[in-house]
Design a binder for this molecule. Structure first.
Ligand code: NDP
Ligand code: NDP
Length: 319
């Protein structure tokens, strides 16, 4: 897509970014999306530093196209992770869940393109001040960690478009070409797609989780744990326990104890559908099939082009 700011920034063919999702997006998924002409991201939040190094090396071997790494800024050993990213010559880093000022100038001094994920206008403005190259604006529909304000993608994107001039990637509730076209109509230059890529053979999620995603329906996810870190989850047994605790007014400490450690791994990587945390977006209700990542990219891309043509044709009927 010549002239598109996201394609130019990353040197890719289609402005479709695969979200860096903990336990779901290792090198296999990232390289498959990059090979299909989008931008694949390795989700490093769930990887120990040496695991990330292995994934970067495998990704480099599996694709000659650009790919990136997503780093949640609250990662415990972040210095080590960043060191590895620089050592391995990663060219693109998406940071999330933290202040973009902390790492942007360091990464940029190493020649890395930096993108930061936000859920509100005030954070987008911070990104501009921090000197990031592009922004991902993620609405309330998104799976996993989410903004407290509950601003939907439809409301968030135009506000951010108005507030900042940076290239803008829309996220949250986008799994089809029509949704991608809607994001462009709101002012986005590209899209980031997460949930759709969970249900691919290349995703490292457990088959139990992938199967649950393709069988889920409208209303099956909800934002919870707003007192700790808000997160959108499928409503399984673990969710019901958290929900009941919140409704009886449990303290932050009680919720933290209930959450415990490694719930996300248990659910998404080990496939424990009852006790694990199952992070997925609202759009899972529209995902019905596990299919290769390249097919997903192609499907979104061709539906996007055809939707853009339909919209252009609409002009003729305006008079
Ligand atoms: P490989 O085929 O090299 O390795 C697969 C590994 O995954 C095996 O070591 C296997 O351990 C382990 N594994 C499989 N199922 C589980 C499970 N339910 N719980 C814990 N470990 C499991 O795959 P990759 O090259 O894709 O991965 C390289 C490394 O990256 C591995 O250590 C893998 O665990 C990790 N990884 C981490 C992800 C993350 O988000 N943190 C995502 C994808 C992979 P065993 O043979 O002993 O069962
Ligand atoms: P927990 O504190 O419950 O558990 C830590 C998990 O991360 C464990 O499963 C652990 O694997 C794994 N891990 C990988 N590297 C490290 C490390 N260096 N030190 C400690 N643990 C590590 O955290 P969560 O599972 O809830 O979250 C993990 C990370 O993912 C966090 O950095 C969080 O910010 C991020 N995250 C990002 C989301 C997003 O949307 N971007 C969504 C949810 C979480 P093991 O069990 O094998 O020890």
């Amino acid at each position: 897509m010549k002239g598109n700011r996201i394609c130019q920034l990353f040197n890719i063919e289609k402005p479709i970014v695969q979200a860096g999702m903990i336990w779901c997006s290792g090198w296999e998924l990232a390289s498959a999306v990059s090979n299909a002409g989008g931008l694949g991201l390795i989700g490093s939040g769930s990887m120990y530093p040496d695991v990330l190094r292995t994934h970067i090396q495998k990704c480099k071997a599996a694709t000659k196209k650009p790919f990136g790494v997503n780093v949640p800024l609250l990662y415990p050993e972040i210095e080590k992770l960043m060191e590895i990213i620089v050592e391995e010559g990663v060219k693109i880093v998406f940071t999330s869940a933290g202040n973009p000022k902390t790492w942007t100038s360091h990464l940029k001094s190493k020649g890395i393109t930096v993108v930061h994920v936000v859920s509100a206008v005030k954070f987008a403005q911070k990104c501009e001040e921090a000197g990031v190259d592009a922004i991902v604006a993620e609405g309330f529909e998104a799976g996993g960690h989410n903004g407290r304000e509950e601003t939907t993608t439809l409301v968030l994107i135009p506000q951010i478009r108005k507030a900042v001039r940076l290239p803008l990637i829309a996220a949250g509730g986008i799994a089809t070409g029509n949704q991608m076209a809607a994001a462009f109509a709101l002012g986005a230059d590209g899209v980031q797609v997460g949930s759709r890529f969970v249900a691919t053979p290349e995703s490292s999620a457990h088959l139990n989780f992938k199967t649950t995603v393709i069988n889920s329906n409208e209303g099956d996810t909800q934002l919870t744990l707003k007192q700790l870190t808000p997160v959108r989850l499928l409503k399984n047994k673990f969710f019901q326990e958290v929900d009941a605790a919140e409704k009886r007014g449990a303290s932050k400490e009680e919720l933290s104890a209930l959450l415990g450690r490694a719930r996300a791994k248990k659910g998404m990587f080990e496939g424990d559908l009852q006790e694990g945390e199952l992070e997925i977006g609202q759009v899972s209700a529209m995902i019905r099939e596990i299919k290769p990542a390249a097919e997903v990219v192609e499907e979104i891309w061709s539906a996007f082009k055809s939707q853009v043509k339909t919209m252009a044709a609409l002009e003729k009927s305006l008079d």
